[in-house]
Write a protein that binds this ligand. Structure first.
Ligand code: PEP
Ligand code: MN
Length: 341
């Protein structure tokens, strides 16, 4: 952090500023420029709220030289993280191919999707048991029963399972049954929930909030990492823009930006981004080409009769064709992936 001083500042004011900063366990360094003096602040930034410094009468403004997210930052870890989800690696060229319906409807439904997507190359099974619906009158999910169905279908197909946790009261159940705990867009800033999952060692899929900035998203990841849980995968799922033709707008720029700022893997959810099945294939391929570490797509055997998000679900045959293409693309992009840890 660099503190820019007011031009008419007195010597005693500078001394009092130094004392204030040092009283928080940080050290200072004076740098006098032409017409402007600045004070460099060195040490652990978390020890001092920048607003305290900003309020000092000698201070004109503060310039940050380091990101506020420390553990999620690329500066903290130059080597990209690989997250292991019950034996499935994600990151550094290891591709997550997560498929499954929006909502868990029945064991037959889940088993058919699990076996088919696994045969097509999926390496994880998704399905919502607790659904964050915009209307309280819409189907809210099968709850704990849905969780058991998902776990059974995953077991039968040999696929780790991914599902959304909305309330911490169900955390023990999720820890026991779920391989990758999803935190949905609407809960990205539920800091109490983030603190709780940060104290577990379960892999977490952290979706980007509907209108969250990269910094806000990475600060949410920081909540989980600072609790001790290093197993975080980020998921871009489309953001709110002025466009209404599509459900959301897939922010493909998030991939290079996150790769620059952070060591955490990032996957893409093209289903909730576009909201329409015919865009999924193109957006999934574009995401991989842009450097994503995988995709999560909604797949259903009968999209027209799906209990939620049918219009954005791929049919089983369409998922097979997409999965084949993505594998070819990934081999071309990461030919040596098998040798990577
Ligand atoms: C989902 O993946 O089921 C979901 C509800 O996604 P999001 O939180 O991104 O809306
Ligand atoms: Mn959905």
């Amino acid at each position: 952090m660099i503190v820019v001083l007011k031009s008419d500042v007195k010597k005693e004011d500078i001394i009092s500023l130094h004392e204030l900063i040092k009283s928080h366990g940080l050290s200072t360094k004076d740098m006098d420029g032409e017409g402007k003096s600045v004070v460099g602040v060195i040490g652990d930034r978390t020890k001092l709220d920048p607003r305290v410094v900003e309020a000092h009468h000698a201070v004109e403004k503060i310039i940050f030289v380091q990101e506020p997210f420390k553990l999620a930052s690329k500066n903290f870890n130059h080597i990209d993280t690989v997250v292991d989800v019950s034996g499935v690696k994600v990151g550094r060229g290891h591709l997550a191919l997560i498929a499954g319906p929006c909502s868990i409807e029945s064991l037959d439904q889940m088993r058919e999707i699990a076996l088919s997507t696994k045969a097509s190359g999926a390496n994880m099974l998704r399905g919502g048991a607790f659904k964050p619906r915009s209307s309280p009158y819409s189907f809210q999910g099968l709850g704990v029963n849905g969780l058991d169905i998902l776990a059974k279908a995953g077991q039968d197909a040999g696929l780790p399972i991914v599902t959304e946790l909305m309330a911490s009261e169900f955390l023990p159940e999720f820890i026991e049954k779920v391989d990758l705990i999803q935190i949905g867009a609407r809960n990205m800033q539920n800091y109490e929930l983030l603190k709780k999952i940060g104290k577990t060692n379960k892999p977490i899929l952290l979706k980007r909030g509907l209108s969250a900035t990269y910094e806000e998203w990475l600060m949410s990841a920081e909540y989980i990492l600072s609790g001790g849980n290093q197993n975080v995968i980020l998921c871009e799922r489309g953001i709110r823009t002025f466009e209404t033709y599509t459900r959301n707008t897939l922010d493909i720029q998030a991939i290079p930006v996150i790769k620059k700022l952070s060591h955490l893997p990032i996957i893409i959810d093209p289903s909730h981004a576009g909201g329409q099945w015919w865009m999924v294939d193109t957006m999934a391929k574009a995401s991989l080409a842009a450097g994503a570490d995988g995709i999560m797509v909604e797949v259903h055997q009968d999209p027209e009769n799906a209990w939620s998000d049918g219009p954005q679900c791929l049919r089983l045959d369409r998922f097979r064709s997409l999965s084949n293409d993505l594998k070819l693309l990934n081999t071309a992009l990461n030919p040596d992936v098998a040798a990577r840890v």
